[in-house]
Write a protein that binds this ligand. Structure first.
Ligand code: AMP
Length: 460
């Protein structure tokens, strides 16, 4: 769970990257960093914290040059220390490289072991550092060839921007797990995880960086190379369900519209007669709108969100998580008293935040609570960059829908079916990674991780 941005050909490239990261903040709140270059001198600033906390005007003034790469991070591998803040910067054979990575490699442990045996020294615990080491090893063959060789070795999910002194490079894994879009910016170029970053700086979307493609942007313009043969598409459907911003277009499609169609499908599968439909904001908003429109039921905001609290699952300890759930959403008692409600949310992960929220609306006087989830039960962890807990902590891995309904103290619980989800995807359905629902991993998981996934027996 990270956001990346790259800018080429703007006199204040770092400032553009800063605005872009601001728009991508939802993709990672743990740390932020920008590396800039004028083609010769490379500058960097990285720290733990939100984009607005890490950067200020003097810091941005100092990040000179017409090229910049930036990153916001929510760690899926590597611990949260300043050392692990990206972009990862390294100088090799008098050339400086800064790499920002969104995704997760599935063969990182094996590669790291091999590289260490050959004498590589690692500064961080991030899998992204492995990519830099591999590129450096083949550099005498030229940068594009070095990236090609690296892409042939690394496995898993990667959408990467790389600043290589006077060039901006973008490349994406052959399955296209994570989004990466290319835009035009006043004659220059911009590459970002989501198009909402383009809107903020008034850049025009050109196209997505293709799965398996290497894009090289320099003084001569833009050049595209085949990095590795494109494989079966495995675009992360959870980006649509929850992770990406609704005002973004990812994988060639608007996220808001997709989520609304999830609501239409929920209405088809489980039409209810309630006093109104309400979302758990913000994640449930768009499917709830779709559900209300399809059923004709009134739409209400039964709980109000305090916008000054971060995403709840970011909180490390359970007690902190419970507090932040309550501080984040507060029921509107006058609206809920004596009512039958249909509550819509995007997903259930551990079930803990939903339980507290359902209790709160019950205490506020809701008399019948029906819950609709706009995706199927999440039973398997993600190894491609979404931070789902281990299989043991995923509520649907060990419990039936009825057990979950009872745990959440609901009158009814309905999960969107896999068929409904794919219908909402409207024919775009061959190209998704559905591993968190099906356990079918498009890129095989290496033995040690595999054991952890499959050793928990299904009880359903
Ligand atoms: P819970 O009831 O604890 O399962 O939390 C469910 C809420 O957490 C849903 O509203 C989801 O939007 C949100 N969520 C989405 N992705 C994650 C994640 N990777 N880890 C934890 N919670 C998530």
């Amino acid at each position: 769970m990270c956001g990346v941005i790259g800018v080429f050909g703007h006199k204040e490239a770092a400032k553009i990257a800063f605005f872009g990261l601001y728009a991508l903040q939802h993709r990672g709140q743990e740390s932020a960093g920008i590396v800039s270059s004028d083609g010769k001198v490379v500058k960097e600033h990285r720290d733990l914290g939100l984009v607005a906390e890490v950067f200020n005007e003097p810091i941005l003034q100092n990040l000179t040059g017409h090229i910049a790469v930036g990153h916001v991070r929510y760690s899926t591998t590597g611990s949260s220390t300043v050392k692990n803040v990206q972009p990862f910067l390294v100088t090799h054979s008098r050339q400086t490289f800064a790499l920002a990575h969104n995704g997760n490699l599935v063969n990182a442990c094996l590669l790291r072991e091999e590289l260490e045996k050959q004498g590589s020294l690692f500064q961080t615990t991030m899998d992204s550092e492995i990519i830099v080491h591999l590129i450096a090893k083949s550099l005498q063959k030229g940068l594009v060839e070095a990236i090609r060789e690296t892409m042939a070795i690394i496995e898993g999910a990667y959408s990467i921007v790389l600043l290589a002194q006077d060039k901006l490079i973008a490349f994406r894994d052959p399955h296209g797990f994570r989004p990466l879009a290319l835009g035009m910016l006043n004659g220059g170029y911009i590459v970002a995880s989501e198009t909402c970053a383009f809107d903020l700086v008034q850049a025009q979307y050109l196209r997505d960086v293709k799965p398996g493609e290497i894009l090289v942007i320099d003084e001569n313009g833009i050049n595209s190379y085949e990095g590795i043969k494109k494989e079966n598409l495995a675009q992360c459907i959870f980006e649509f369900i929850y992770f990406a911003r609704p005002d973004s277009n990812i994988f060639g499609e608007n996220v808001y519209s997709f989520r609304k169609r999830l609501g239409y499908e929920l209405a088809r599968e489980c039409p209810l007669e309630t006093d109104f439909v309400m979302p758990f904001p913000d994640s449930g908003n768009y499917a709830a709108i779709g559900y209300a429109q399809a059923t004709g039921l009134p739409f209400e905001m039964g709980v109000i969100r305090n916008h000054y609290v971060g995403r709840t699952f970011i909180q490390p300890s359970q007690s902190m998580r419970d507090f932040s759930v309550r501080v984040k959403l507060n029921p509107v008692k006058e609206l809920l008293r004596g009512k039958k409600v249909a509550v819509v949310d995007d997903s259930l992960v551990r079930g803990t935040t939903s339980r507290t929220r359902v209790r709160a609306i019950r205490e506020a006087g809701a008399f019948e609570i029906n819950m609709l989830i706009s995706c199927p039960p999440i039973k398997y962890p993600c190894y491609y960059g979404i931070d789902f807990p281990s299989r043991g902590e995923l509520i649907a891995a060990k419990h039936s829908v009825d057990e979950i309904r009872r745990y959440l103290e609901l009158d009814l619980l309905h999960y969107l079916s896999l068929e409904g989800l794919l219908k909402a995807a409207q024919g775009n359905n061959k190209g998704f990674c559905l591993a968190c629902f099906t356990g079918k991993y498009p890129v095989p998981i290496k033995a040690s991780i595999h054991k952890e996934i499959f050793e928990i027996k299904e009880t359903k």
